[in-house]
Design a protein around this ligand. Structure first.
Ligand SMILES: *Cc1c(COP(=O)(O)O)cnc(C)c1O
Length: 397
């Protein structure tokens, strides 16, 4: 009998009951705006910020409307100006170059390795082409962060981390997001915390945090932020920092707080699922699993593998055969972007130099989400289906 997988790759777990109850309290209060508080009340957004700063281990956290807004604000807060060039990953998601374009800057793309991390040799070679690196830990793959920080320190490059896929991850025991000058996170439905839309900016730099708070649209309420910088830090900034209105509201913050408290456990559950799929597909002829460095403590909320050197028609055959058995793979090598799989050469607002090694890797790159609604048995089944279908197409020669 041919095994079929029946689950949905886009179905997340429900919001925890504590989050639903907290959301209901906010709705009944009518005070959804973060600065709309009753006397003596601390808003959900402010509480969430303090809890997030503590969880990540940075002095300041700001809750915002999306991960994309977090990156736009962070780039402005580190001083990126229109016309500047910003170094970034060629292998990332559209909001990353989009944030660079939104501040009037131009991305300079850096290649990807077969480990799906940023190519640090390419960074070293292009280090004189920009003074800011928007580093995207795409699909949760961390590069050698010690080497990256050494290259950037030597070249005077400021690092902005995009931790949309590494919330809860670490490199050599140090949390992802604590290496650069500032880190950005997303709480959009497909990330590690789910408020539909949302995000965070986190930093140890008080002046940077103050600029970000003002840009997010704090009016004169900047002291009503969890771990807000001291009032003096805002003195001059208040009059020269434009408001972008990108605040998070109390409803979303209420939904997020119980999820944040449970994040370490959820991260462990994702990685168990990743390992369950990986164990089944490893050793499949023609298929290359992604090597995960020992220093990388990743969160396996998605899994990738390579079909290196395969013809496009064969990869399409694998996709079709897996899809027929209920397994939805995404391919970064298709001629047209579908869903989330756009590539650096699809972002036509920013001219890209060709990156032949990156093109070769992306042509064979397959990707799959692992929502927590999948059981470990589901993951083993998915892995068996991939192994069988890849092997079947491979053996056709
Ligand atoms: C999702 C995502 C973001 C932020 O996205 P929003 O949808 O704006 O919250 C940033 N970077 C990467 C790599 C992402 O996948």
């Amino acid at each position: 009998m041919t095994e079929m997988f029946e689950g949905s790759f886009t179905q997340q777990e429900p919001i925890p009951e504590a989050g639903i109850a907290a959301a209901e309290r906010v709705l009944r209060s009518g005070r959804l705006h973060r600065y709309n508080t009753a006397p003596g009340e601390t808003s959900e957004a402010e509480l969430l910020e303090a809890e997030f700063a503590r969880a990540i281990g940075l002095d300041h956290a700001l809750a915002v409307a999306s991960g994309g807004q977090a990156m736009i604000i962070a780039l402005r807060a580190v001083g990126v100006q229109p016309g500047d060039r910003v170094l970034t990953n060629a292998f990332t998601l559209a909001p990353v170059p989009g944030a660079i374009a939104a501040v009037g800057a131009t991305p300079v793309y850096l290649g990807v390795t077969e480990g799906l991390a940023l190519d640090l040799d390419d960074l070293a070679a292009k280090a004189d082409r920009g003074s800011v690196l928007l580093l995207s830990h795409m699909r949760g793959h961390l590069c050698d962060m010690d080497r990256l920080m050494a290259i950037c320190a030597a070249a005077g490059i400021m690092v902005v981390e995009d931790c949309a896929h590494t919330m809860g991850a670490a490199w050599n025991g140090r949390a992802s997001g604590t290496f650069g000058a500032v880190a950005c996170f997303s709480t959009q439905t497909y990330k590690h915390l789910n408020s539909g839309e949302g995000g965070f900016i986190a930093t140890d730099d008080a002046a940077l945090a103050a600029r970000a708070i003002l840009m997010s649209g704090s009016y004169m309420f900047h002291q009503r932020h969890g771990q807000a910088p001291a009032v003096e830090v805002f003195d001059e900034l208040t009059y020269v920092t434009p408001n972008q209105s990108a605040r998070m509201d109390n409803l979303r913050a209420a939904i997020l707080r119980p999820q944040l408290a449970n994040l370490p456990r959820q991260c462990a559950r994702w990685t168990e699922r990743y390992r369950a799929v990986e164990a089944e597909i490893a050793g499949t002829p023609g298929l290359q699993v992604i090597d995960r460095p020992a220093a990388e403590d990743f969160v396996g909320s998605s899994i990738q593998f390579l079909l290196p050197g395969w013809d496009a028609q064969k990869i399409e055959a694998v996709l079709a055969r897996c899809a027929a058995r209920g397994v939805e793979l995404k391919w970064f090598g298709g001629a047209q972007p579908t869903g989330f799989t756009s590539r650096y050469d699809d972002w036509r607002y920013a001219q890209a130099e060709p990156l032949p090694d990156t093109d070769r890797i992306l042509r064979g790159l397959l990707d799959m989400r692992l929502p927590l609604t999948f059981s470990l048995a589901d993951c083993a089944l998915i892995g068996r289906i991939i192994r069988a279908e890849v092997a079947a197409v491979y053996q056709q020669g």
